[in-house]
Design a protein around this ligand. Structure first.
Ligand SMILES: NC(=O)c1ccc[n+]([C@@H]2O[C@H](COP(=O)([O-])OP(=O)(O)OC[C@H]3O[C@@H](n4cnc5c(N)ncnc54)[C@H](O)[C@@H]3O)[C@@H](O)[C@H]2O)c1
Ligand SMILES: [Zn+2]
Length: 390
């Protein structure tokens, strides 16, 4: 007989998601209020990690951060550290090392903050650096892309890529706070403006038919870069993601189910196969189209709902077919199919794939039929060819 001491405890997590504009303007106290001092009565201490793409488009920002800290009595741990924006900072591990080393050299303690300002890639990398330095420094996220604001920044995942696999190394750690400032979005490249829309369509398809209908109606405004419409999209997407994480019963994904990863088994693969030429949001649009078409072929999703979902992705301006989906013979690429194995390994346990049964309602499946995936890819190819001809 074994002699066992049973250990059990739980740790509550809570963080605010704050919507504001002009986050670094002297009169805006959102950031100041979100930073807790190291000890009561003391000033808060922060090291800023800034996406190079954001810094280039907002040349005044670095100085603004510095004057904000002086004006609000925030002790800044050195100058803001600029790191390359985009997937490069997750692919080249030296950037993770740089942030960890700076946390050490600048004396950033566990009661100080790493404040990451940037797209999803920089937030993932800086959040992971904060998670491992001192076994966990507080981290705050100021997302600057549509995708990061509506999706990645409100989640609990941080990480970098390794061995050609997306997010292979990482940690589940919720941020201390998230501050959304829609003004950043005005300088996004069209591709990055669009990227957040595929994740919004994803979460709407899974959870909220009314929101999906709003997205359909608002697509012209979104395509015309209407900031108010985008702010609404971000708010609802963020709410749905937050609500899922809080109520799913599995915030740290200990089970095999990963509902929000609808369309992602192939999307992650496509990102790697394209050497990250495809943005995450663009790859997700293709991945969604593939799994939507598969859902239809398997007899789960009605033709009318399939059409609405796929048309919404096209209306947002996404390409729904990539030559990477097929091999030279025109069949589904074996390299793409490896995505299913990687997904299975990553989840552990049984393969669980999210499919759609109707707009607003996802269903889990535990296998994918190769022939039907092949057929789904062929349908997307035909659809793309027909669009090209018209
Ligand atoms: N942690 C999660 O739960 C989660 C969820 C979804 C996606 N992600 C990750 O997020 C990443 C994609 O993030 P993304 O779509 O934000 O793109 P990104 O971080 O790759 O940024 C795209 C480009 O936009 C630039 N940029 C960022 N903000 C800008 C601004 N305001 N103005 C001008 N340029 C700006 C960046 O420098 C970069 O060149 C992927 O690595 C993906 O895996 C993580
Ligand atoms: Zn995603």
């Amino acid at each position: 007989m074994a002699n066992v001491i049973r250990q059990s405890f739980s740790v509550p997590f809570a963080f605010d998601v704050i919507f504001t504009r002009g986050v670094f303007e002297a009169s805006n106290d959102a950031l100041f209020k979100a930073l807790e001092p190291r000890t009561p009565g003391d000033s808060a201490r922060a090291m800023f990690v800034v996406d190079s793409g954001v810094a280039a488009c907002h040349p005044e920002m670095i100085e603004q951060i510095e004057s904000y800290c002086i004006g609000r009595d925030i002790e800044s741990a050195g100058e803001p550290l600029i790191v390359p924006g985009g997937e490069r900072c997750k692919n080249e591990t030296q950037w993770l090392d740089v942030v960890v080393r700076e946390i050490d050299q600048r004396g950033v303690c566990r009661h100080s903050y790493v404040v990451a300002v940037g797209g999803g890639a920089v937030l993932d990398m800086a959040g992971y650096a904060a998670a491992i330095a001192h076994r966990g420094v507080r981290h705050m996220r100021i997302p600057t892309t549509t995708l990061a604001q509506g999706d990645s920044a409100v989640g609990v995942k941080n990480g970098v890529n390794a061995f050609g696999k997306k997010n292979f190394v990482g940690a589940f750690v919720p941020p201390s706070a998230v501050i959304m400032d829609a003004e950043f979005l005005m300088t996004l490249h069209d591709r990055d403006w669009r990227s957040g829309i595929s994740e919004a369509i994803k979460v709407a398809l899974l959870k909220d038919a009314e929101y999906f209908a709003w997205l359909e109606r608002s697509m012209d405004r979104l395509n015309a870069r209407d900031l108010d419409a985008m702010e609404k999209l971000i708010r609802r997407s963020a709410e749905l993601h937050l609500n899922h994480i809080a109520t799913s019963g599995d915030p740290f994904e200990l089970g095999s189910s990963r509902p929000l990863d609808f369309g992602h088994w192939s999307a992650h693969r496509l990102e790697s196969m394209s050497n990250h030429e495809l943005r995450h949001g663009e790859a997700v649009a293709i991945g969604l189209a593939l799994d939507l078409t598969y859902s239809k072929l398997v007899g789960m999703l009605e033709g009318a709902d399939w059409r609405r979902a796929v048309n919404a992705l096209s209306a947002a301006g996404f390409e729904l077919f990539s030559p990477l989906l097929i091999d030279e013979g025109g069949n589904v690429s074996p390299e793409l199919m490896r995505g299913l194995d990687e997904f299975r390994e990553h989840l552990g346990g049984e393969l669980t794939i999210m499919l759609l049964e109707s707009i607003g309602s996802g269903v889990e499946a535990h296998e994918m039929d190769f022939e039907l995936v092949n057929k789904a890819v062929a349908m997307l190819r035909e659809r793309a060819l027909a669009e090209e001809m018209s």
